[in-house]
Design a protein around this ligand. Sequence first.
Ligand SMILES: NC(=O)c1ccc[n+]([C@@H]2O[C@H](COP(=O)([O-])OP(=O)(O)OC[C@H]3O[C@@H](n4cnc5c(N)ncnc54)[C@H](OP(=O)(O)O)[C@@H]3O)[C@@H](O)[C@H]2O)c1
Length: 257
Amino acid sequence: MISRDALFDLSGKVAVVTGGGRGIGRGIAEGLAAFGARTILVGRTEATLVAARDEMTAQGFDVGYQIADVSKEAEVIALADAVMAAEGRIDVLVNNAGVNPIYRSVERTTLAEWQTIIDTNLTGVFLCCKYLGAKMVERGAGSIISISSVAGHIGLARSVPYNASKGGVELLTKGLAIDWAPKGVRVNTIAPGYFETDLTAGMRDNEAMAGKLLARTPLNRFGKLNDLAGAAVFLASDASAYVTGQSLRVDGGYTAS
Ligand SMILES: NC(=O)c1ccc[n+]([C@@H]2O[C@H](COP(=O)([O-])OP(=O)(O)OC[C@H]3O[C@@H](n4cnc5c(N)ncnc54)[C@H](OP(=O)(O)O)[C@@H]3O)[C@@H](O)[C@H]2O)c1
């Protein structure tokens, strides 16, 4: 029997959100916490994490934080150990930490720039699945949600390393979904369009560029952080019990045409 309340309920679950201190990760963390999850924010900057933890706690949410750089294997191993020691379980992993520091042609892209983007956006997802996802596999249950992008589905101008990293996340997800389905762990992505965060501030401030992006977005606005909460709660909860290896595009229709 379907219970309206139980379908999306995350009470008693522990959710880890990388990059949860600000931007899209913060919006997702608030959504998961609002539906009852104890939510652990992860990032490199303690001040950001403490401020987010305090603000969310004041809203009545159950929130903690851990410091880690997802691109560094030793730090991700320590993160998995710390979460298990403090919380005893991981039910939901949101691989959200990501960067896109450059917009330029491949001829002008250095190997170091390529490496930074791949290390955070793709290797970081691999490492968090390997070490935090492994805890779900041990328990035989869990949901992993990686934040890809419209750039995981279509090419974007002057964004080859970012495109490659997000395309990699999409197929890492499909492969892992197949491997871990028999072990009770579902693996999906959310592919956002253009959202109002620090990452897109430069584009949104550039009137010509912002106009072009909005003209291509049928819903004709940039995404707000709350626009991601529903998708994240759906993929984290039993409402999506039969969904794995999929990408949910939350992009205002950007990739519809
Ligand atoms: N904004 C958009 O329009 C958009 C669209 C599609 C996809 N996305 C994706 O959504 C995700 C979040 O983007 P955003 O716009 O919210 O970016 P943002 O505002 O720049 O926030 C990035 C977050 O990731 C954390 N982070 C970055 N590198 C990290 C690392 N190596 N280890 C741990 N944490 C790290 C940052 O915290 P610290 O700096 O403190 O570590 C911060 O919390 C990214 O994967 C991005 O590619 C964004």
